[in-house]
Ligand binder design. Structure first.
Ligand code: SAM
Length: 220
């Protein structure tokens, strides 16, 4: 799902950096660039190097999964701190992929990410709020590895979300090894399988509520 503009940026780059797993996917489109993979522990050094190369007039590309406007704020801020000029090239987000696979429209969705370095309490409360409200589908990014589908489902059960609430967990969307798991909240809480770090959860509005909404609209 790499866009044409993304491919072009990679082909024209002098330096390409990003987390190793991301670079493994995009390197086939790199032509002449130096490729510098990074990990959480050395990302500051690698980005510092990219900043120094950009200052020398080199064309540097920093890659992230999906779309940079979706749950990639921390990386974006680290890059913005180091350069004066940056072109943001949007991509296809895992959120859009999940909507396509689930057959739902973005305008009917509430998106919540737990994939942030902060206390997740308020995000979890928001999640509970929207699941109880039942007005929109909820698309959720878990947090590797402490807030993954089974532990999120257990927390939701303790917050009073019904155990038969359906959900789908998508893994590695559009990538090799893509998979989906479908079941109830209770089944998800009991799931012993290991989910990938590239996992996204979709809680569709339960059909009963969706039908009621449609009826109400028909009456109007
Ligand atoms: C730091 S966030 C970045 C999100 C990304 N910017 C996007 O637009 O999808 C990383 C998280 O996004 C989700 N994610 C990214 N790519 C995915 C994929 N191909 N399949 C499923 N989930 C994915 C996972 O929850 C992963 O832990």
């Amino acid at each position: 799902m790499l866009t044409l503009r993304g491919q072009q940026a990679l082909q024209q780059a002098d330096l390409v950096v990003g987390f190793k797993t991301v670079l493994d996917v995009v390197t086939p489109w790199v032509k002449n660039a130096e490729v510098r993979p990074m990990a959480y522990r050395d990302q500051e050094e690698v980005l510092e190097y990219a900043g120094s190369q950009a200052a020398l007039g080199k064309d540097c590309v920093v890659c992230c999964w999906g779309d940079l406007n979706v749950s990639a704020r921390e990386l974006l801020l680290r890059v913005k701190r180091r350069v004066d000029r940056i072109e943001l090239i949007p991509g296809i987000s895992s959120v859009q992929m999940a909507c396509a696979r689930a057959g739902i429209s973005l305008e009917d969705v509430v998106f919540i990410t737990l994939h942030q370095r902060k206390e997740p309490v308020s995000d979890l409360l928001e999640l509970v709020h929207y699941l109880k409200e039942n007005k929109r589908h909820v698309v959720l990014l878990p947090r590797p590895w402490d807030l993954m589908p089974a532990s999120i489902a257990s927390r939701l059960l303790t917050e009073g979300i019904p155990k038969f609430r359906p959900l789908t967990v998508y893994q590695r969307l559009s990538l090799e090894g893509e998979e989906s798991w479908h079941g109830t909240l209770e089944e998800c809480a009991d799931a012993t399988q290991e989910f990938s770090d590239l996992t996204i959860m979709v809680f569709p509005i339960p059909e009963m509520h969706a039908e009621r909404e449609a009826d109400a609209k028909g009456v109007i």
